[in-house]
Structures are given as C-alpha cells and as structure tokens.
Design a protein around this ligand. Sequence first.
Ligand code: ATP
Length: 355
Amino acid sequence: MAATPLVGSNMLSLNLCCKRDSFGSAKSFVMHGVKPLNLGSSGKRRIICGCTAPIRDFRPADADEFSATTINAKDSSKAESVSMVREQDETDVLIECRDVYKSFGEKHILRGVSFKIRHGEAVGIIGPSGTGKSTILKIMAGLLAPDKGEVLIRGRTRRGLISDEEIAGVRIGLVFQSAALFDSLTVRENVGFLLYENSNMPGDQISELVTDTLAAVGLKGVEDRLPAELSGGMKKRVALARSIIFDTTKDVVEPEVLLYDEPTAGLDPIASTVVEDLIRSVHMKGESDVSKPGKIASYVVVTHQHSTIRRAVDRLLFLYEGKVVWEGMTHEFSSSANSIVRQFASGSLDGPIKY
Ligand SMILES: Nc1ncnc2c1ncn2[C@@H]1O[C@H](COP(=O)(O)OP(=O)(O)OP(=O)(O)O)[C@@H](O)[C@H]1O
C-alpha cells in the first residue's frame, strides 16, 4: 500500500501499533472517515518524529524588541553559548522539526519552521488562526509529509509518513480536536481499542483498565454508551482516555509524546480546567489523581485558550506567517516586548497581525 497523507478533521490517529485487520478490517477505517494507514510488512505501524533547530534569527522585520529567550544570530557570543549548550544536550530531543515547509496549492502555510521537543517538556503552540498549528502537529505525527525540511525522531530523519518502522524509541499520539471516535463502537471499545487489538491482556482486565482510565478523566458509567449519546466535552474526555491508556502488563514502555489539537476548544471553563489538569496529570513529571506519576514523556498542545496556556504548558512557540517568530517560557508570554506577541496576548486590533 502506498504512503497516504491523511488529511481531514475526522481522522483517527492512534498511538502505537494498529493491525491491518483490527476491529473489522481496514475497511472500518474508511467507514469512519479514516483512510487506511500505510502498514509495513509486519502489519504494524508506528508513529514517530524528531527535530533540531539551527541557530537562527527569529526576529521578525517589524519587531522592535525581542524576548531574552529568542536567539539572535547577530549576537555571536550568545549564539555560540546557546549552540554549545545545544550540542552538549541533544540526547533528550525526542522530536525535531527542521526548516519545515508545507503548502496547500497556492497557500504557503509553513515556511521554515524549526523547533525541538525535549524529553519532559510541556510545550504549547500558539498563533493566529490559519497559521498552520494543526498542520505542524500532523507533520510531527507523520500524518502529513513536509514539502521541504526534515522531521527527526530521536535524531533520525523520518522518511515518508507513519509507515516508517526503522525508527524506534518514541511513540507519538495525536488527540484530534474533533475527538474522532468510532461512531459504531461503544465508549469501552473506543477507549480500549488498541489494547483489544494489540495486547495480550484479557478482555476483563482491559475492561477494568478502561473503567479506571475513564474515571481518571472524570467519566463514570458511560462504558456502554455510543459516542452519539455523549456531549462534545464528554467526547473530548473519551478521546483523552483513549490516548492515555496503555498496556500495564508490559515491562518497558517507550517514551510517548502526545500531541493535543485544541483539547479545550468549545468546553466550558470548568470542563476546560478538568482537561488541562488531566493533561498535566498524565505527564511523567506530574501526578495523576490517584497519585501515580503520569506516563507521557512530553506533550505539545495547540491552543487558543489562555487558561490552557497558563495551566497546561511550560514553554510556548508562537507561529506566525509560516515561522516560529517567538519562543519562551509561559510566564514570559504576557510580559514579552515582541509586538506580535503583545498584540496576540491583548487581543488588540492594532498591531502587526492583520485580519
Ligand atoms: N488538507 C488541506 N488542504 C488544503 N488546505 C489546508 C489543508 N489543511 C489545512 N489547510 C489550510 O492551511 C491553513 C492552516 O490550517 P491549520 O488548520 O494548520 O491552521 P491553524 O493554525 O491550526 O488554525 P486554527 O487556529 O484556526 O485552528 C488554513 O488556511 C487551512 O485552510
């Protein structure tokens, strides 16, 4: 089967491996608006990515000042010291996007995007609508191929899309904005999907794990419902449960990077807080509500919500006009002197961002 770029709002991407004939054969993917995935000879696929950014000048033409955390190549001493730090510390880079370009027809969306996601990081990608945030997530997840540039996973260039099997060591999961649940499967079957298909766990053990995982996202007694019987916020939480469930019988679990596309869009403020805290709780650095450390090594969140920026991420990348124009820690965002960031943070109509 040829590598197929998967594009659309109703795709389902599951982290880990998927059997060709899983849950009603590859046809069921099509039936649910999902194109068949490109599967290797083993019948399994793996989603993986990685990236290393060269020292570069992020300064946009109209920015008067710049955050201390951005790198100006003209400041050679700073660039050198940053370069040394980076060279010494590349082993923890899980995903790197290096000078990534992507166009759709005449629309040149990404025009040289570079950044790294390191082990342990909680990163937010923000920026105006239509600037390519979801596109870069799909490229990181291996669902879209860049036109130019590279995606590296643990320092190794990924060739092609999600079918690559030569790169191992990181699992990448994408949680879609639309939740992308299988309409004809119950909540239990949706959440336990990969375990039913790819693990050796007995059904009753999976069922128990599904119930625990649903409880961790604040859902009880919904296992036998169909997605159509849930509210939008509940569907998002089911999708979250599906992305964080894992095989508890395995001794070694590879580090996992979760990519969340607007996980709190359309949720009321309290439901948003629940989801934001959940995202934190499944991070390895965090603690879950049952006082167990989370399992996600790193995560990336695309969001427009201030509360999500504040509660769920530590570092931010600001995407504008096809490039990362600012990056810094979350607490630096609101005090940044960068005119683009200031306008975005204040929601002002005056400034370099034009609608
Ligand atoms: N498969 C596609 N075919 C054609 N155009 C596309 C495709 N995917 C995305 N685009 C276009 O690329 C641009 C960037 O889309 P993307 O969804 O990545 O933006 P975004 O920054 O996530 O936006 P938002 O914040 O509004 O969700 C948009 O103009 C969109 O219409």
